[in-house]
Design a protein around this ligand. Structure first.
Ligand SMILES: [Zn+2]
Length: 262
């Protein structure tokens, strides 16, 4: 493909020399593309507004040698309300790092693009608390990336009437209260050893489980449209974060920075 004309979200930017930028774009129908934006660091450059982190724009891209170059832009949404709030900016930066991690170059990832646009809109417009949006985004993107937890009842007995579940966030399975002893097979070599358990476990109530099932199954436009009791929120937030980070087997500097602000 030597020329691309499509909408794209800027999910990464690096300075390149005096005036240029190296952009990582999540392009509709094409997936992740790295492109040079000549002169985009200058405020006088006509592509400047489209070539910033979080901008969603129509891009014209042309391949020369091994690299794509930005030839044309038309800004659709700059998410100005994210840029003007340091906490929102830090959260959206972390999300871009996650998107970069889960999307492979050359793979079409339109579902992740649409999820990102919905999520950035929710952040910009304060549709829900930032931590709520972060939790839902993390679970939803994990599922799109192929890490779907199995919430069809307890993995041992099939039961689905427990008040609490023991969510094994490595294998993405749940154990009911009666079967939780199956988790106590701790081995000293296991790097995840925690509180006598062999793996990291999130203990979640049936309402948190229902919330997670909702986030996974809801239509994309509705994935944030639910409520959870206040005292259940921290357990929901923690389970969603732990699940994604364990599946990706990494942490993010940008997440630490965001957390230092809240
Ligand atoms: Zn069971």
């Amino acid at each position: 493909m030597t020329e691309i004309k499509s909408n794209a979200l800027v999910i990464g930017e690096k300075e390149l020399g005096e005036n240029d930028k190296l952009l990582t774009l999540l392009v509709e129908r094409y997936g992740k593309v790295v492109a040079v934006a000549k002169g985009a660091k200058s405020v006088r450059n006509r592509h400047m507004a489209s070539c910033q982190l979080f901008s969603y724009a129509s891009f014209g891209l042309r391949k020369r040698g091994n690299l794509y170059y930005v030839t044309d832009t038309d800004l659709i949404e700059s998410y100005y309300d994210i840029r003007t709030d340091i906490t929102k900016l830090a959260l959206a930066s972390y999300m871009c790092d996650v998107i970069n991690d889960v999307v492979q170059e050359g793979e079409c990832e339109d579902e992740i693009l649409k999820l990102s646009l919905n999520t950035f809109y929710a952040i910009a417009k304060n549709l829900k608390p930032l931590e709520f949006i972060r939790a839902c985004f993390q679970l939803r993107i994990a599922v799109i990336a192929g890490f779907t937890p199995n919430f069809d009842g307890c993995v041992e007995c099939g039961g689905s009437t427990s008040k609490f579940y023991y969510f094994d966030i490595v294998d993405g399975i749940i154990y009911c209260d009666s079967c939780k002893n199956k988790l106590f097979y701790a081995s000293a070599e296991n790097e995840f050893l925690e509180r006598g358990l062999s793996k990291p476990i999130a203990i979640i109530s049936e309402s948190v489980l229902a919330a997670m099932q909702y986030v996974i199954g809801a239509r994309r436009e509705r994935f944030l449209s639910f409520n959870l009791e206040k005292d259940e929120l921290s357990s929901f937030y923690s389970a969603c974060e732990k699940f994604l980070l364990n599946q990706l087997e990494r942490g993010f500097y940008s997440l630490g920075f965001y957390k230092s602000l809240i």
